[in-house]
Design a protein around this ligand. Sequence first.
Ligand SMILES: C[C@@]1(CC(=O)O)c2cc3[nH]c(cc4nc(cc5[nH]c(cc(n2)[C@H]1CCC(=O)O)[C@@](C)(CC(=O)O)[C@@H]5CCC(=O)O)C(CC(=O)O)=C4CCC(=O)O)c(CCC(=O)O)c3CC(=O)O
Ligand SMILES: NC(=O)C1=CN([C@@H]2O[C@H](COP(=O)(O)OP(=O)(O)OC[C@H]3O[C@@H](n4cnc5c(N)ncnc54)[C@H](O)[C@@H]3O)[C@@H](O)[C@H]2O)C=CC1
Length: 219
Amino acid sequence: MIPLFHDFTDETVLVFGGGAVGARKARRFAAEATVVVVSPEFGDAESADREFGDAELIRAAPAPDEIPEWIARFDPALVVAATNDEAVNAAVEAAARDAGLLVNRTDRAGERDVGSVVVPATVDDDPVMVAISTGGRSPALSKHLRERIEAELEGAGAMAELTGDLRAEMKAEGVPPAERREAIRAVVAASPVWKALRTGESNARKEAQRVIRNRGESP
Ligand SMILES: C[C@@]1(CC(=O)O)c2cc3[nH]c(cc4nc(cc5[nH]c(cc(n2)[C@H]1CCC(=O)O)[C@@](C)(CC(=O)O)[C@@H]5CCC(=O)O)C(CC(=O)O)=C4CCC(=O)O)c(CCC(=O)O)c3CC(=O)O
Ligand SMILES: NC(=O)C1=CN([C@@H]2O[C@H](COP(=O)(O)OP(=O)(O)OC[C@H]3O[C@@H](n4cnc5c(N)ncnc54)[C@H](O)[C@@H]3O)[C@@H](O)[C@H]2O)C=CC1
């Protein structure tokens, strides 16, 4: 498996199964894609909207041989098999593969077909994103590592914004690439800049400029 980041803007994700797992996947994809969930039940109706993000919920229980029609109707980029019926999940996987679509089979850890994708545990400190997988072996470990890495990454999104701005400015000023690279590498490694981003006690941009100015000087 090779990890990739996929932009689902303007795409549809079709989820079969409205239990806890279907809801979690729907919420995740609804942050970006148009999500449709097909299921005979959606848990507690009052909290359904919250649980499924803003996904469209369709009450139906397609039989395995009806799955291809549902897929053709919504033309999704990704299909999620999250029912508690193994025959339905298998039909979803086969129909998605036949249609050349990505498929996430939630009831399988291994023996994946071509085009099969795994949903990783994700730390998102925009624009920084870290995805963790255990190759399907231990999802609970993915979750645990995600919680640990969340703390480690504090300030990373702001660091990406700051160094993104600095490198654009240096580019515009015509600073040669080798010098730019050295300067940016020094800033991302500098504890005073991280501290400023995390605590707000000092101005991170000024700290970064100080690091760039003092580069190469002995401490
Ligand atoms: C293969 C994969 C397919 C996929 O869904 O893409 C898959 C499959 C299965 N999960 C199962 C169980 C659990 N899954 C979780 C949690 C998460 N599962 C997620 C992903 C994945 N789960 C993919 C592999 C990811 C990887 O490579 O590590 C996460 C990371 C992302 C997400 O789903 O959003 C999300 C954490 C999100 C977060 O918090 O960050 C917990 C923990 C909990 O609930 O507290 C448990 C209970 C503990 C346990 O069993 O380990 C079972 C057994 C079902 C059964 O026994 O019936 C199967 C099927 C099987 O193993 O056969
Ligand atoms: N990938 C993951 O992270 C995890 C995966 N699982 C697996 O995912 C499956 C689903 O887990 P839960 O959501 O907890 O189960 P659940 O039993 O709460 O939900 C399954 C849903 O599928 C619906 N369903 C049944 N037949 C259907 C059909 N023909 N078409 C559409 N929907 C249909 C049911 O009405 C129910 O709403 C489990 O069977 C388990 O193997 C379980 C835990 C975590």
